[in-house]
Design a protein around this ligand. Sequence first.
Ligand code: KIV
Ligand code: ZN
Length: 512
Amino acid sequence: MTEKRIIIFDTTLRDGEQCPGASLTPKEKLEIARQLARLKVDVIEAGFPVSSQGEVEAVRLISKEVKGPVIAGLSRAIRKDLEVCLKALEGARKKRVHLFLATSRIHMEFKLKKSEQEVMDIAVKEVRQARKFVDDVEFSPEDASRSNPEFLVKLIREVIRAGATTINIPDTVGYAIPDKFGELIHYLIREIPDLAQGVVLSVHCHNDLGLATANSLAAVLNGARQVECTINGIGERAGNTSLEEVVMALKTREDFYGVTTGIDTTQIHPASRLVSHLTGMVVQPNKAIVGANAFAHEAGIHQDGVIKKAITYEIMDPKSVGLSGSTLVIGKHSGRHAFLERLKQLGYELKEDQVERAFELFKELADKKKDVFDEDLTALIEQEIVGEPCLWELDHFTITSGDAATPKATLGLSKDGKVLEATMTGDGPVDACFKTIEKITGVKGALLDYSTRSVTRGKDALGEVSVRVSSGKRLVSGRGLSTDVIEASIKAYLSAINRLAVLAERIPGDHP
Ligand code: KIV
Ligand code: ZN
């Protein structure tokens, strides 16, 4: 029976860390390695020990601490590298040495300055040497996708004879295209029977043309049994094949590929967040599987569909990759259905007569703000619907201020369907507004506290102004919300003044 399980070889800590600006300390690498073990990757390539003392430490630490996956160390086919690599891996329960040597004409001629025969001899010698110390040896003919296929076949046969247990075919410079890469894999398996039996054929693709995932999947279709990849697709230049894309493609389209992986896919998002946080490599919002928008629906029609049946617009269950659910991005494209559904999720079941008003207010806010977050909705409902004594309401306002001008506010406040307007000056625009409110309402207060904070995210965040106002013995507070801080201040003060007015009406004797 053919093997149906694809080995997931994670190289986030080696090739992934090679991406500019993503260097990690040994402790950070250990933290990621522990998460990779929870994700149940089969192999963790922990580092390239000869490259620095930090790499040695990281590989040593991970070898000692992380149980479950095989721990691999990278080594050039150079005796010194191999010795350092073997030493760093000493503590690992299951260890692998990953040797590489370039085989393309371009690399052999310009970089190595060696002939095919010399390259073959070195590869065979170092694989044989490695096998004296470990049972698990992977060999990569670097730049394989640009190497002469006949030479590749000869060399791979020899390194297998020398003891290599995995042969990895790297598309080092991301030059391959899926059909051709698939053909190469097919050709190698046909020409080297060991690759169809005991020896594992692996692929390692770079993303220079944005084809790393497609190339890896084409290889799987043609018989590759191991895929090398990184979390979030980080890596040298444009990165490596992204683990989450390959794993979820194989899972979602198992009907087509007919293979599985051992990955616990619910650990994908935690892994993505950890890698992004520790490397400082931000995940682009539209990145497949792990981008912030990967399970977010904005269009009203899509939102309506997802509420009715998720499968209308979702090919994967967000829970299967470790999210709590999909997101309906509540914004100006959202319809009433999505808006009410989100309110329900937030615990607000509005009465019929409240729905109209709430939806109207929401649309007003959505026009001012790009995304309306849960905090915005809660704030909106609490302030506008759940209740607040509302004798006076803000109808309109204009402010004049500036370097030379004395701040002046004109406000229109409505009560019982009538709008009263007044204009006052003040020490600042907020002070002018407060004085105008007092003039119109006839209620005077002393401002004890004024504070402002942003309650939501983004440059167009909702600001909340809180005030504490006293009048005689009475102390009241008020809150106002708006994307405009002056409007929020007016609403806050007006709500406090309304409270004072209601108290005065309801308990007149107590009012000084
Ligand atoms: O891209 C590459 O060729 C590599 C090898 C070391 C496998 O990373
Ligand atoms: Zn690579």
